[in-house]
Design a protein around this ligand. Structure first.
Ligand code: TYM
Length: 337
């Protein structure tokens, strides 16, 4: 069977980008007969930039409820929290010891911080923690721990998967002696939704504050955000450039091809932006409304979610614990007698 694995950082409220770029494609692939899926909350990753315990705790609940409300079946999928698997940080240390510092110097997230500091005329590493710097190593441990073949993510994560491959190769080469410990993971990108735009047309992202919330705040919050989507100044009656409109990209991510073709024709023949926003909202609600109902009842029953996650952690550790033992032996951490 193919092992498919992906995670979401628990540092905020899940948005449409997370849903279209990662959650929904991951749920669809978990339903294929020959797939073993591993989906998790990256809550150790959340500690890197957040530093707000209440927000991390709340986000763990929201993201778990989102996966379940969207249709994840915990009987089929190994569904867990990273921080319930102590083998992951242990593996992360093993990998840290074989990862070239130069590889981490090239990581986009780190380089972005350095560039920003340089632009502001402060020390390049100002405010950069070792957590941020080593972020890709922890992510490699997430993936390699379960020997994932395929990792469905949005475009912003491609580099991290490539780094996981490099790190896996390095470990295999150093310790494998002809036997490979780690599978080299492949990135899986759903092209249409690989970078879902936010309200302002840039990538939808917590850090840009341009997100459309999925379930939090109810349908009103989703609608209010949609009404704030930035459009050009063309008036009702004037033809719109659908292909270059991020409103249309958002629509496409949730609609069938036939629906998108109709919507494009309407835009090109003068549909006003206000009506277009209403149409986008209605199309989204078709998909989201039933999920939101489940989401609300899940959020109100955290003990049910906790039970599911505990069972998921036990399932994950049935793989992680013996594998970690093999790796400990491989690097020389063996019993003396
Ligand atoms: P995170 O939490 O930033 O995002 C979760 C997933 O959502 C995708 N995504 C998007 N896709 C399309 N358009 C967007 N605007 C958009 N915004 C976010 C992301 O690409 C991602 O797939 N480092 C990861 C979490 C992680 C992980 C892993 C993922 C930790 N360990 C192991 C895969 C495998 C992150 O911070 O994603």
């Amino acid at each position: 069977n193919t092992r498919v694995l992906t995670g979401i950082t628990t540092s905020g409220t899940p948005h449409l980008g997370n849903f279209a770029g990662a959650i929904w494609p991951a749920i669809l692939s978990s339903r294929q007969p020959d797939v073993d899926a591993f989906y998790f909350m990256a809550d150790y990753h959340a500690l890197i930039k957040c530093g707000d315990p209440a927000r991390v705790a709340r986000s763990r609940l929201e993201i778990a409820a989102t996966w379940l409300a969207a249709g994840l079946d915990p009987e089929r999928v190994t569904f867990y929290r990273q921080s319930d698997i102590p083998e992951i940080p242990e593996l992360s240390w093993f990998l840290t010891c074989v990862t070239a510092k130069g590889l981490m110097n090239r990581a986009h997230a780190y380089k972005a911080s350095v560039d920003q500091n340089q632009a502001q005329g402060v020390e390049p590493d100002d405010g950069v923690t070792m957590g941020l710097y080593s972020y890709p190593v922890l992510m490699a441990a997430d993936i390699l721990m379960f020997n994932a073949h395929r990792v469905p993510v949005g475009r912003d994560q491609i580099q991290h998967i490539e780094m996981a491959r490099d790190i896996a190769q390095r470990f295999n080469h150093l310790y494998g002696a002809g036997q490979d410990f780690f599978v080299l993971p492949e990135v899986a990108i759903a092209e249409d939704v690989a970078t879902l735009p936010g309200l302002d047309g840039r990538k939808m992202s917590k850090s840009y504050n341009n997100t459309i919330p999925l379930f939090e705040g109810g349908a009103q919050a989703t609608r209010a955000a949609i009404m704030r989507i930035v459009t050009d100044s063309r008036q009702p009656g004037e033809p719109k450039d659908a292909e270059n409109s991020h409103l249309f990209m958002l629509y496409k991510a949730f609609a069938t091809e036939a629906e998108s073709a109709t919507f494009r024709r309407e835009l090109e023949t003068g549909l006003g932006w206000g009506d277009a926003k209403q149409a986008l909202f209605e199309r989204l609600e078709q998909t989201l409304a039933p999920m939101r109902e489940r989401y609300e009842s899940l959020i109100a029953a955290p003990e049910r979610i906790e039970d599911i996650l505990q069972a998921g952690a036990a399932k994950a550790r049935r793989i992680a614990t013996p594998f970690m033992q093999t790796l400990r032996e491989a690097v020389g951490l063996r019993r003396l007698a």
